[in-house]
Ligand binder design. Sequence first.
Ligand SMILES: Cc1cc2nc3c(=O)[nH]c(=O)nc-3n(C[C@H](O)[C@H](O)[C@H](O)COP(=O)(O)O)c2cc1C
Length: 220
Amino acid sequence: MSTGADAASPRGASPRGASPRRASPRGPDAQASPTWQPVDEQSYRTALRRLASGVTVVTTRHGDVDHAMTASAVTSVSLRPPLVLVCVEKVARFHGAVLATGVWGVSILSADAARVASHLAHRGRPIHGQLDGADVHRGRTGVPLLGRSLAWLECRTWAVYDGGDHSIVVGEVVEARIRGEGGGPADEGQSGTGTSTSVSPLVYVNAAYHTVRRLGDLGD
Ligand SMILES: Cc1cc2nc3c(=O)[nH]c(=O)nc-3n(C[C@H](O)[C@H](O)[C@H](O)COP(=O)(O)O)c2cc1C
């Protein structure tokens, strides 16, 4: 089987860490339930709609085109080395671009970025100039990053795994910055733990954008 992994991994067909092949679906109980079928798509969608997730815009620069796509399937993977993953739908234009470049950015959106998130999730929008009008700065790797985000990561593709109709793109984080008081990246050396910056993230749940509020002290 040819997967995006083979084409995109900087280490070819054997990325560090794991085989890009699908793990065996047969667990210890597989014999007892040999007739289980995948859930129907609507039930799957309805259940997952209740899983709240942060919202990011993932970006890369391919040739002279800035690609950007709203993504909530972004997760931290490892601290040593620092790895994150993003699941990218294979039919998305970002998919071909990120596999080709191997360098990408993640802008972690704040609650006031719902409009840009909605725009960059709109399938079929013009690919050229899609970041025109947005507050954009360029990271050290040259990828575009959305201004006034809560934090930014820049990644180098570490491995790519097949994930059904998505590719699971794992990136080694080569730069991580947080928003400073003025709305732009904090000055060098000021990033620290970032705990003093007020955080009002954009959250997607139940097919709509929200933000969060802190619950009271739970006493633990
Ligand atoms: C809140 C939200 C989160 C999304 N998360 C992802 C994601 O993690 N991965 C993905 O491939 N598409 C995701 N999408 C869909 C893409 O943003 C959408 O298909 C986009 O138009 C793809 O752009 P492109 O074809 O220019 O790459 C998400 C959409 C929304 C509204």
